[in-house]
Design a protein around this ligand. Structure first.
Ligand code: DOR
Length: 433
């Protein structure tokens, strides 16, 4: 029998907040009470901390198979656990892409081997992410996949997307995640089409490219009864479109990233490819609309789009560097520092978007994520020290890559302990494997 006593914290979950210790026995929460008695249990000090359901990230790139020099399932899992995440959804744009049951099972097995975080692979929508033939949705769904996505590229052909909605609509909990950038409108573009792209003399990616694809997919979801999840939304009009479609009964959810909630195109003004990402960082008005959408619940989830790229690739000129930013180890702190502390959103809203709503979207409540901290529930917990101040140092990150846009930022708040499946995988900010 293994047991843990998480002592001295404030438990916060979707049912509210209360001062309580948490006793974990054999993978399950055994007791939540002002003082638990626990002979022989490992003690985890949570004084001054929040004890929350583990964070759930709907959008990470773990790069294995095929780009292990950038990240592996093991290094990405360590970054996730250190960031307070107990479950992540791994994108399918690996080499080769995850488009078969065998490929998905392999990634899951690597995740179990690493033993730091539940790794739930997404599967592609189209074979090879080529945008033409649909994957075997039924087989992948039977193998446990819920989120299907060609992320990295949109599914450009509307008829293919319609057929994908028709095929997944009957599958319980299946959802199509779209990289909503109209491929022909962003072809050859490197950053938001606006002042900064003009100043740098680089081709831009207009916000309207997102609007076009989101509007099309909302129409197709309505037509078919399928479920749409808008990945990494970046533009103000996306929030409006989703808000209206949802009011009409369309089954749609959306996520935004910490970077799109806190940075604008101005970050690219110096030409530093660290700030190159697809969809691109946009205008202050877009950022404000994403924040408003988060506050009013239109935005369901904060997802990192953790996208590791090796230093050599990010050292190329802006136009030649790959898009993407790290996120797993900074997401919680950026949200607490830049959104919760200044009152943009309150803490329950932030945690809802970081844990229980994304767990629902990815069908991970059944796997024990994003659930209340209560007796009988699987013990997937994040113990947050809201007072820990730290400065982001790219070289100190557990990720195999270094491309954080927050290097040098002083942040406040950090995961002190992470408990995954009843096991303390991070203790005092240190990964245990
Ligand atoms: O910036 C991005 N990088 N956006 C994506 O959608 C894909 C990702 C990657 O895989 O590097």
């Amino acid at each position: 029998m293994s047991s843990l006593a998480v002592r001295g914290g404030t438990v916060i979950d979707e049912t509210g907040a209360r001062r309580a210790d948490v006793l974990v026995v054999d993978g399950l929460v055994a007791e939540v009470a002002p003082a638990v008695s626990a002979e022989g249990a490992r003690e985890l000090d949570a004084t001054g901390c929040w004890v929350c359901p583990g964070l759930v990230d709907l959008h990470v790139h773990l790069r294995q198979p095929g780009a292990e020099h950038a990240e592996t399932v093991a290094t990405g899992s360590r970054a996730a656990a250190l960031g307070g995440f107990t479950a992540v959804v791994a994108m399918a744009n690996t080499l080769p892409p995850l488009d078969t049951v065998a490929a998905v099972r392999q990634v899951r097995a690597w995740g179990r081997e690493a033993g730091l975080c539940d790794v739930h692979p997404a599967a592609a929508i189209t074979v090879g992410r080529a945008g033409e033939r649909l994957v075997d949705f039924a087989a992948l769904h039977a193998a446990g996949v819920r989120l299907f996505t060609d992320d990295g590229d949109e599914v450009a052909d509307a008829a293919v997307m319609r057929a994908a909605f028709e095929a997944t609509a009957p599958l319980d909990g299946a959802v199509l995640g779209q990289h909503s950038e109209c491929a022909t409108l962003v072809a050859g573009g490197h950053l938001h089409e606006g002042d900064v792209s003009d100043a740098l003399g680089l081709r831009g990616r207009p916000a309207e490219a997102e609007e076009v694809t989101v509007a099309r997919d909302l129409a197709l979801a309505r037509l078919t009864g399928g479920r749409l999840h808008v990945l990494h939304a970046s533009a103000a009009r996306t929030v409006d479109l989703v808000r209206r479609a949802r009011a009409e009964g369309v089954a749609v959810t959306m996520e935004v990233t910490p970077q799109h909630l806190t940075l604008t195109q101005q970050a690219c003004a110096g030409g530093d490819p660290t700030f190159k990402v697809n969809p691109p960082l946009r205008d202050a008005a877009d950022l404000a609309a994403l924040r408003a959408g988060l506050a009013d619940g239109t935005v369901d989830a904060i997802a990192t789009d953790h996208a590791p790229h090796p230093p050599a690739a990010k050292a190329r000129p802006f136009a030649d560097a790959p898009p993407g930013m790290l996120g797993l180890e900074t997401a919680l702190a950026v949200v607490l520092t830049d959104l919760v502390a200044p009152g943009v959103v309150d803490l329950p809203t932030a945690l809802r978007a970081l844990s229980w709503r994304p767990a629902r979207i990815a069908g991970l409540r059944a796997a024990g994520h994003g659930r209340p901290v209560a007796p009988g529930e699987p013990a997937n917990l994040c113990v947050v020290d809201p007072g820990e101040a730290w400065v982001v140092d790219g070289a100190a990150l557990a990720s195999r890559s270094r491309n954080t846009p927050f290097a040098g930022r002083r942040l406040e708040g950090r995961a002190r302990h992470t408990v995954q499946g009843g096991e303390a995988v991070v203790v005092g900010g240190e990964a245990q494997r």
